[in-house]
Design a binder for this molecule. Structure first.
Ligand code: DAH
Length: 342
């Protein structure tokens, strides 16, 4: 009698499936708990004939051990089935794991600030292709074919005859804007430029410029000076001085280089400003009438000013960075040091 019950329970325990927490709890109550069926069987042992008691007791003990080990198995099965269940159906209501936030590249910070300052003066944004033809990069800008001024900029050519090259300056965007729009034009064109130069702390073959162009009736050199004066004060602080140094560019007449007082030594003289107290941030001038005409703008009616400034140069001055290569190495220890300024 008893041994049949033992056999039946053994089978039941082996087949038992804990499909849920409740089923597992049912199992525990029936086969593990002191008030369960096994305890009841042990109680029946006293009715077993004495010669069979020992064998029966052994059988019951084995059943008890089986119930215990099966219970452990069921716990494990249930928890692993839960894991795979959640893997199949991720809980979309859980809060996200917060990752490390990146930081804004210093060149992006400075470009955004430049754009902001000029937008407030009524300049819009324009852009042009980085792969440019000879007309937009040189010819329209008053560089005649074989003119030595073309050699001022070491060009990466992609194709010869007709010449296709990586643009050497953002002045090419001036041409595209003037070809397609009528004055008044007030536009700012930040972008990447390319020159065939050896990479060093002070020079790179890829860098950024920002081009400005203002064409309307009666635009004068005074407007150019005032615009850049305002920009420099906003960008580098009220105490920063600006000076215009006569220069030459084929596309402007007269032309001037833009210098600001050195941000490192504040004009006293240091190795960054080569002990002059001044550092150059770009070139500027009155748009040459030939350039206006090349782009279909009446140079008798309209005048304009233009400027082109180096974004890396301004960023180095702003944040006192001494090596141009840091901008492209993408070392996070460098990149994470910059926060947007106001
Ligand atoms: N394109 C010149 C350069 O890359 C910079 C420049 C000078 C731009 C004078 C201008 C300008 O618009 O008027 O060196």
């Amino acid at each position: 009698m008893l041994s049949e019950k033992v056999k039946a329970l053994k089978e039941e325990i082996n087949k038992y499936q804990a499909v849920s927490e409740e089923a597992l709890e049912q199992y525990r109550l029936r086969f593990i708990s002191r008030k369960g069926e096994l305890t009841a069987l042990f109680a029946e042992l006293k009715n077993v004939a004495s010669e069979n008691k020992k064998a029966m007791g052994q059988e019951l003990n084995e059943l008890k051990n089986l119930a215990q080990s099966r219970f452990q198995e069921l716990i494990e099965e249930l928890s692993s089935s839960k894991v795979s269940e959640t893997a199949d159906h991720p809980d979309l209501t859980l809060p996200t794991v917060s990752g490390d936030l990146g930081s804004i590249h210093p060149l992006t910070i400075v470009r955004a600030r430049i754009v902001e300052i000029f937008e407030r003066m009524g300049f819009n944004l324009s852009e042009g292709p980085e792969i440019e033809d000879d007309f937009h990069n040189f010819t329209a800008l008053n560089f005649p074919p074989n003119h030595p001024a073309r050699e001022m900029q070491d060009t990466f050519f992609i194709e010869k005859d007709p010449d296709i090259a990586l643009r050497t300056h953002t002045s090419s965007v001036q041409v595209r804007v003037m070809e397609n729009q009528k004055p008044p034009i007030r536009t700012l064109s930040p972008g990447r430029v390319f020159r065939n130069e050896a990479i060093s702390a002070r020079a790179h073959c890829v860098f950024h410029q920002v081009e400005g162009l203002y064409v309307d009736e009666n635009v004068s050199f005074q407007d150019l000076k005032q615009t850049l004066y305002h920009f420099v004060k906003e960008m580098f602080g009220k105490e920063t001085k600006i000076r215009f140094r006569p220069s030459y560019f084929p596309f402007t007449e007269p032309s001037a280089e833009i210098d600001i007082s050195c941000q490192i030594c504040h004009g006293k003289g240091c190795n960054i400003c080569k002990y002059t107290g001044w550092v150059e941030i770009g070139g500027s001038g009155m748009v040459d009438p030939n350039v206006l005409e090349n782009c279909g703008i009446d140079s008798k009616k309209y005048t304009g000013f233009a400027f082109g400034m180096g974004i890396e140069r301004m960023t180095m001055l702003k944040y006192q960075i001494k090596d141009l290569r840091l901008f492209t190495e993408n070392d996070v220890r460098f990149l994470k040091q910059f926060t947007p300024f106001t």
